[in-house]
Write a protein that binds this ligand. Structure first.
Ligand code: SAH
Ligand code: SF4
Ligand code: F3S
Length: 440
């Protein structure tokens, strides 16, 4: 028998790319590939790329350049580009970097085995179609392979919101939900393989409306179906849009025990003028009222968010409104970015904010968000939380896991095994993690 071929995948961008990379690796497993952690001994290198900001996209070309030497030594090495840069700039990639054998957009991953075979025969292949078929159904799985305690599961993909700054509607295509029975089957398979916590993924996950036995189901209804899966202990979902935060989902946060008290709900900005120009279709006030309703349902919920500073025409006063909103919400975690011009999006045509000014705003916003994050983390000290243990810590006898609120928790002299969910009392709060002790 010939030695298995080796596949090196490097993943950029969001959690959906992490999930897609896992699925591509499983699928190429059917072609005789095993994964390797180093590009040096790979027979195929796949970069799963992100197009959300300019820096992310440019990284791909510098990374590709680094494989020149490898390819010279090993002419049979195949180099592929997948993900959102592949979708947005497929032909340009082929032109700019002749090393690339294969370009595959996010909606064509099920065609990867065929493409790999063609590339193996020496062809250059590019597929950035948006085919009708369900790629996830067609991507081969390895049902028996063991998994760690946590996993992502894509239930919804694409976006119809067209925020003025964002490439996602173009790179991932129109919003599509996977049918309920397929999601359940995949969840059951993951649980059989050792998974205890599933994070449901979608660019607009709370807009989920997958086909169920009696018509479309909402995300909350899907969560209640998953709640019945024995052995599954925790459910999370991300990313949500404020306008799709339906009553039944808010209610599920109050009543579904497996649904974790954590909600990533990006607002982007606090000025109504900017929100309107961003085409966000919510106001600062409607967002704040929504947060109030969510906290009324689940008072301890940890709120996380995304922010963009320096969006075209943002004034100091507009930025101040973002700081005011942050003060009012108190975020447990947050991701904040300087606006990056994306060719082809509506905002790219507008008057840009001075980059030095935008840098300064980002610094001020991040200082506030970091303060809040620390304050929320510190407030956990003395509380009892659930911790799902994932792996051994750096110190002997120490175990590390995640709390219900997604904080990393270290426990010394810990007899819990990876995959065990235990009650833990938090005793101290460090820079980026908590320390606790097992209860009972
Ligand atoms: N679907 C999610 C997130 C999409 S991308 C949502 O609707 O919230 C993740 C984050 O990247 C966004 O929330 C936004 O804060 C940021 N982002 C998107 N486009 C950007 C751009 N052109 N410049 C800077 N940040 C951007
Ligand atoms: Fe992008 Fe807006 Fe869609 Fe989120 S909701 S993916 S920010 S267009
Ligand atoms: Fe990036 Fe595409 Fe995700 S642009 S953030 S990899 S959807």
């Amino acid at each position: 028998m010939s030695a298995p071929k080796k596949l090196y995948i490097k993943t950029y961008g969001c959690q959906m790319n992490v999930y897609d990379s896992e699925r591509m690796a499983e699928s190429l497993g059917g072609q005789g590939y095993v994964e390797t952690q180093s590009p040096d001994d790979a027979d195929m290198i796949l970069l799963n790329t992100c197009h959300i900001r300019e820096k992310a996209a440019e990284k791909v070309y510098s990374e590709l350049g680094r494989f020149k030497g490898l390819k010279a030594q090993k002419p049979d090495l195949k180099i592929g580009v997948a993900g959102c840069v592949a979708q947005a700039e497929g032909e340009e990639i082929m032109r700019r970097q002749p090393l690339v054998d294969l370009v595959v957009g996010p909606q064509s991953y099920h065609r990867l085995p065929e493409m790999e075979a063609k590339a193996g025969a020496g062809a250059k292949v590019l597929d950035t179609d948006f085919p009708e078929e369900d790629k996830f159904e067609k991507l081969a799985r390895r049902p028996k392979a063991k998994r760690g305690p946590t996993a992502f599961l894509t239930v919804q993909e694409g976006c119809d919101k067209f925020c003025a700054f964002c490439v996602v509607p173009y790179t991932r295509g129109a919003e599509v939900s996977r049918p309920v029975d397929r999601v359940l089957r995949e969840a059951e398979d993951l649980v059989e393989r050792g998974v205890r916590e599933i994070t449901l993924l979608g660019q607009n996950v709370n807009a989920y409306h997958g086909a169920g036995p009696d018509g479309d189901m909402t995300l909350a209804q899907l969560i209640w179906e998953l709640d019945k899966v024995e052995g599954l202990e925790r459910i999370r979902f991300t990313t949500s849009h404020p306008n799709d935060m339906m009553d039944d989902l808010i209610e599920a946060h109050a009543t579904c025990k497996k649904l974790m008290p954590y909600l990533h709900l990006p607002v982007q900005a606090g000025s109504d003028k900017i929100l309107k120009r961003m085409n966000r279709s919510h106001t600062a006030d409607s967002y704040l009222r929504l947060i109030e309703r969510i906290r009324a349902a689940r008072p301890d919920i940890l709120i996380s968010g995304d922010f963009i500073v320096g969006f075209p025409e943002e004034t100091e006063e507009d930025f101040q409104a973002t700081l005011d909103l942050v003060e009012e919400v108190t975020y447990g975690t947050a991701y904040s970015f300087k606006y990056s011009t994306r060719p082809g999006t509506p905002a790219a045509e507008r008057a840009q904010v001075d980059p030095a000014e935008a840098d300064d705003r980002l610094r001020r916003l991040q200082a506030l968000l970091t303060r809040q994050q620390r304050q929320v983390q510190d407030s956990m000290v003395g509380r009892e939380v659930g911790v799902l243990f994932e792996k051994a810590g750096r110190l002997p006898g120490q175990m590390v896991g995640k709390s219900d609120y997604l904080h990393a928790v270290h426990v010394a002299d810990c007899d819990a095994q990876p995959g065990e969910l235990r009650r833990v009392r938090i005793v101290s709060s460090g820079t980026n993690s908590l320390a606790g002790e097992l209860i009972g």
